[in-house]
Write a protein that binds this ligand. Structure first.
Ligand SMILES: Cc1cc2nc3c(=O)[nH]c(=O)nc-3n(C[C@H](O)[C@H](O)[C@H](O)COP(=O)(O)OP(=O)(O)OC[C@H]3O[C@@H](n4cnc5c(N)ncnc54)[C@H](O)[C@@H]3O)c2cc1C
Length: 478
């Protein structure tokens, strides 16, 4: 019998395998993919089906306990960070594909299903789930929804929001409702759209209807290598301005290339290369050939050192593995990295990348760049050694400077990793107090108790709207 009455009640709902409460078990949930913020939850609950989530949420409501929903914990902005005294509702055991409806190109899934497993299941019907974050082997569709995640191929196919038809959400008090519809357009306020990207602040998504797209008939993949990052950046603008919309347009700079070449999937890039572009076009065979010819012409205008077309699937696969393991490869060249996620107009790439380099030089830190260049979605990876006193503070301040540069260039403070706890204060770079107060009121309309993921997404409570009784998550390193 558990000493804590809350734990006893949770055990009665989900059984002994569904509640974690020992310090060792809880430590696994102390952070998400951003290790700079850490905190222990009071408990972790792992429901197996929708009805259990309703009961768990009703119980947490009665006890007045804050709730943090969690998928795979790959988020990079501290969204799934535990909050003081709060309980984590982990969705990993709700990981089934419940139905695939090939005629209507849609699927019903539980929110804890892993992104790549959904596409793997749909492939048998010649379909796939378009959003493809680089973390897709681990991250959940529920996490994709909460962050409105992107991915390499979202340049052409759009981010998660465009692929979600309807969501079943358990609210803070344990009541469930469907937002959107699997069948048709829904008139009235777009509550489905409101939930997507709300970072766990409006309820726990348990099941959802997603759109599936047909597998691509024909694909052409091209690698373009440049001596100078400036030429690669101009090539990005040139390709998009030409009217071709590649399925993906990714870029890595010299430091990133050094890391991936020491990683698990080296391509054999020369060590002195300034930048690499990875481009992909898809569609019907004729269209694909035409788009590829246009792209090759654009690339040749920007003085590439070499341009190579993948001539077999294994080569294409290697190039993508190389790109998708780039973050992990940073461990080969530095003890730790901190990734930022800013958006800029594509035409500002050259200037902003120069500014990022200057920020790194000013802080005495190396910064590698691996990013979705076609969307202007930068991912500067700030390399550091956490054992060096003061390094975390320097890294955070450099990250803030990079975001300020993005906003000054006409961009935004997040393209896909969300705001979480990490960038809540930087929301002020983009939004007025009036904007933020309105967002907080909308959030409170969905969760009047303010117990869903408090202290995330919006600036610290109290500075925006007074919300007594809610503590903000701890500062980094605590
Ligand atoms: C190596 C690496 C590469 C990455 N590449 C990309 C990329 O290319 N594109 C991209 O967009 N992101 C990327 N990410 C970030 C991350 O993988 C995505 O944000 C992902 O969607 C998070 O999913 P998750 O299941 O891990 O969510 P978590 O980290 O567990 O949670 C993220 C947020 O969602 C909320 N949440 C989770 N599940 C639910 C639910 N069922 N109901 C309500 N709220 C919920 C949480 O409260 C939290 O606020 C990358 C991360 C890593 C580590």
């Amino acid at each position: 019998m558990a000493a804590d009455p809350l734990i006893a009640e949770l055990l009665a709902i989900v059984g002994p395998e569904g509640v974690l409460s020992s310090p060792a078990e809880l430590s696994v949930y102390a952070s998400d993919g951003n290790p700079l913020w850490r905190a222990l939850p009071r408990a972790v609950v792992l429901p197996r089906e929708h009805g259990e989530v309703e009961q768990v949420m009703a119980t947490l409501f009665r006890h007045g306990v804050p709730v943090v929903a969690r998928g795979a914990g790959t988020g990079l902005s501290g969204g799934a960070l535990p909050v003081p005294g709060g309980v984590i509702v982990g969705m990993n055991r709700m990981n089934r594909v419940l139905a695939i409806d090939p005629d209507n190109r849609r699927a019903l899934v539980e929110s804890g299903v892993i992104n790549a497993q959904l596409s793997a299941a749909a492939r048998a019907w010649g379909l796939e789930f378009a959003p493809d974050p680089s973390s897709q082997a681990a991250c959940t569709v529920g996490g994709n929804v909460a962050e409105n995640s992107g991915g390499a191929h979202c340049l052409k196919y759009g981010v998660t929001s465009q692929h979600i038809l309807a969501l079943e959400v358990v609210q803070a008090d344990g009541r469930a409702l469907w937002l959107g519809s699997p069948h048709r357009e829904t008139p009235g306020l777009d509550l489905r759209g409101l939930f997507v990207g709300s970072e766990g602040t409006m309820g726990v998504c348990t099941r959802l209807w997603v759109r599936l797209i047909p597998l691509r008939a024909s694909v052409e993949t091209v690698l373009a290598m440049f001596d100078r990052v400036e030429d690669a950046s101009e090539a990005v603008s040139g390709v998009i301005a030409s009217g071709v919309l590649p399925a993906a347009l990714e870029m890595m700079d010299q430091l990133a290339i050094a890391a991936v070449e020491r990683g698990t999937h080296p391509v054999g890039f020369p060590a002195d290369l300034g930048a690499v572009l990875l481009l992909e076009v898809d569609g019907g065979e004729e269209q694909c050939a035409e788009d590829t010819a246009d792209i090759l012409a654009q690339l040749q205008r920007r003085r590439p050192r070499a341009v190579v077309r993948a001539d077999r699937p294994a080569q294409r696969e290697l190039w993508w593995q190389n790109r998708k393991t780039a973050f992990g490869s940073m461990g080969r060249i530095a003890p730790a990295y901190y990734v930022q996620d800013g958006v800029i107009p594509r035409t500002a790439l050259v200037d902003v990348l120069r500014r990022v380099t200057r920020v790194g030089e000013g802080a005495g830190l190396r910064i590698a760049n691996v990013f979705h260049a076609g969307d202007g979605n930068l991912h500067p990876l700030i390399l550091f050694d956490p054992r060096t006193p003061g390094s975390v503070e320097r890294v955070l301040s450099a990250g803030t400077e990079v975001l300020a540069a993005c906003v000054e260039a006409g961009g935004a403070i997040s393209g896909e990793h969300g705001i979480g706890v990490e960038k809540r204060e930087e929301m002020r770079f983009m939004f007025s107090e009036q904007d933020l107060a309105l967002m907080d009121r909308v959030r409170l309309a969905m969760d009047p108790t303010g117990r869903m993921n408090p202290g995330k997404l919006l600036p610290t409570p109290g500075r925006c709207i007074d919300r007594p009784g809610l503590e903000a998550p701890a500062a980094p390193g605590s």
